[in-house]
Design a protein around this ligand. Sequence first.
Ligand SMILES: Cc1ncc(COP(=O)(O)O)c(C=O)c1O
Length: 403
Amino acid sequence: MGAQAALIGGTAFIALESLSALCPGCEVWAKAEHLNPSGTGKDRIALAMLAAAEAEGSLPYGGGGVVVEGSSGSTAIALAPLALAAGHRVVAVLPDDVSDEKVAELRAFPNVDARLARASSISSPTHYANEARRIARDLRAAGERAVCTDQFENDANWRAHHDGTAREIWDETRGRFSAFVASAGTGGTIAGASHFFKARDPGIKVYLADPQGSSLFSRVRYGVCYATQQRERVVRRHRYDTIVDGVGLDRVTANFSRAIIDDALTVSDADALVMAHYLLRFEGLFLGSSSALNCLAAVRVANRIRETTTRRVRVVTILCDSGHRYFSRFWNRDFVERRGLAWPPDDAAALREASLETAFFFATPDLHHFTGRAESRAPLGQPHHMIAPAVFFLVVVVLEFVM
Ligand SMILES: Cc1ncc(COP(=O)(O)O)c(C=O)c1O
């Protein structure tokens, strides 16, 4: 699939030293997946899915096939050059709320037909993933060699991260780290990495970093896919509720179901924004929203583990993509302020202070009282916190009568 394929993987693994100021005594390290040739770790899965489709015969070797993918942008952008070099066309179906930059980039490829589907729930036939499956079926019925690569359900996805991303991190750290933190868009990264790490050291903890509005936090904590937005009977697709692109889900995909996760935490849009500006100010890293979300979650996890050990804590996370694809959304002051969010301060001291304020929550934003998995699974003041005092009171009353 051309020289592009040869550039995939082997990304830098870097220490984010400025983050140690937010979690004293801890180190946060990051796999710089934005350095892959198309700018994301999706290069790894695009290559793996195309190779698998050619190997199983659903795409013809030597070109002439059609690859159909439902994508929030990055996977389609990763597929396009590889498919082009291999002689295949691409039909990319994107939700209509993705950043304009992603659509423009896709439309620059001569082999790509980029279509927008109205952003909707996965239960709708017009959801971009369902639309992609339908288009592939129609193309096959019309006699084309078409395949829907379906990153959400495709096993080649988590395997690419297992054999690539995770193996590289393992070699780079020699297995010496306390925890791995990642968000999930398809779940491929966290599934592949958690399998790889847990098989070698079950003591390594794996944490899901979830954006606001996604149902996965509840899935990990309580076994049920749920987002608080649903409580208000305004069941909306999570993307309406977050400005963080590409991560968060309202369902359990085949890839996500393979992940072995110890715990989850939610990061609000406001806090992800502050972290993105912090990383730019103190590391010179211009990153996308999901990278910022991962880094803040990694800091919070490090602070939490720090409470339980005197040993040096090292947490590993992923830099998913750069800020260049988000000039019209996450890195656009007008857009951010129209969404009711404050643009983070330019001043270094103010930015450091704002970041410190966000570094210690380990909770979903509306459940700030979470302190841990076992001891507190509901906000303080909820009924289960009243059970022990009530039993104690009853025992005292009964004893009074008996004695
Ligand atoms: C920008 C961005 N970051 C992170 C991810 C998460 O990766 P994964 O699909 O492996 O869960 C995605 C994927 O959908 C993405 O588009």
